[in-house]
Write a protein of this length. Structure first.
Length: 260
């Protein structure tokens, strides 16, 4: 019986590349679909985490607030404490008024804020409000963006949220949501970093802000108490008398209120 010789197939590089291109393309599509599914799952979990934290924080507010009037908008409104442990009350309302054209703040601080900015300009400085009142929705978006940045760097969700909260506070725990805080930078230097403190504008504001009822809310040496990183651009209105005492004693708002 005659043996049939098998014909050897010649290696075809073009066909080989084409086949592998198809295989790799399929793998890429599968990976992208899986990644998108995980991202959606993570986003949903984060929203649930934030919602749960907001619901549970009502109890924290009741337990930890030593002076019930501090968070009462009708009494000492200028001393309302807003931080990780003291959420904005559900019934808190703020009457907003425009300042510097496109920004809004609590109407009760407009005159003081405008005077401070006016006097800064008289010193040939160039103050620029880069952030003022924010809605809870806007605060939520900013927090999620910062959290996602840390997750992309390798942190898990819990770690990312903890790290993010030192830079962007959780929704309903930001002073921007009550209209009593503004971020002010120099027109000549608008980057939000520690170099802000070296600008002539920030040097002047840090020295004189108390004269207008404002304090530098998050000093570098108080972040263990405030739980917020140093922000040499974030000014909070508390009233002239209180601001001067806080400045003279070198303390933060939590220490002044004796709530830490």
């Amino acid at each position: 019986m005659k043996k049939i010789k098998k014909k050897k197939r010649k290696f075809n590089p073009k066909k080989f590349i084409k086949n592998w291109s198809i295989i790799l393309g399929v793998i890429f599509v599968i990976v992208m679909l899986t990644s998108k599914k995980e991202d959606n799952k993570t986003e949903k979990q984060t929203q649930e985490t934030v919602a749960t934290a907001e619901d549970n924080n009502n109890n924290v507010l009741t337990v930890e607030l030593e002076n019930p009037e501090v968070n009462n908008q009708n009494a000492d409104w200028n001393l309302i404490l807003v931080n990780k442990d003291h959420k904005i009350p559900e019934d808190y309302k703020v009457e907003l008024q425009s300042v510097e054209t496109k920004h809004k703040v609590d109407s009760r601080i407009v005159e003081s804020l405008e005077k401070m900015l006016e006097d800064a300009r008289k010193q040939d400085l160039k103050p620029l409000i880069c952030s003022s009142y924010r809605t809870t929705e806007a605060q939520t978006m900013l927090f999620q963006q910062k959290r996602n940045q840390f997750m992309k760097l390798g942190s898990n969700q819990e770690e990312a949220e903890e790290k993010a909260s030192y830079w962007v506070t959780l929704p309903r725990t930001s002073e921007h949501e009550i209209g009593l805080a503004v971020d002010i930078v120099s027109l000549d230097y608008q980057v939000l970093d520690q170099k802000q403190e070296s600008t002539p504008l920030q040097k002047w504001l840090i020295e004189h802000c108390a004269e207008y009822g404002f304090i530098l809310r998050y000093p570098t040496h108080k972040n263990e108490i405030t739980k917020v990183n140093y922000e040499p651009w974030h000014y909070r209105y508390v009233g002239v008398e209180v601001a001067r005492e806080i400045q003279e004693k070198g303390i933060c708002l939590e220490e002044y209120l004796n709530i830490m």
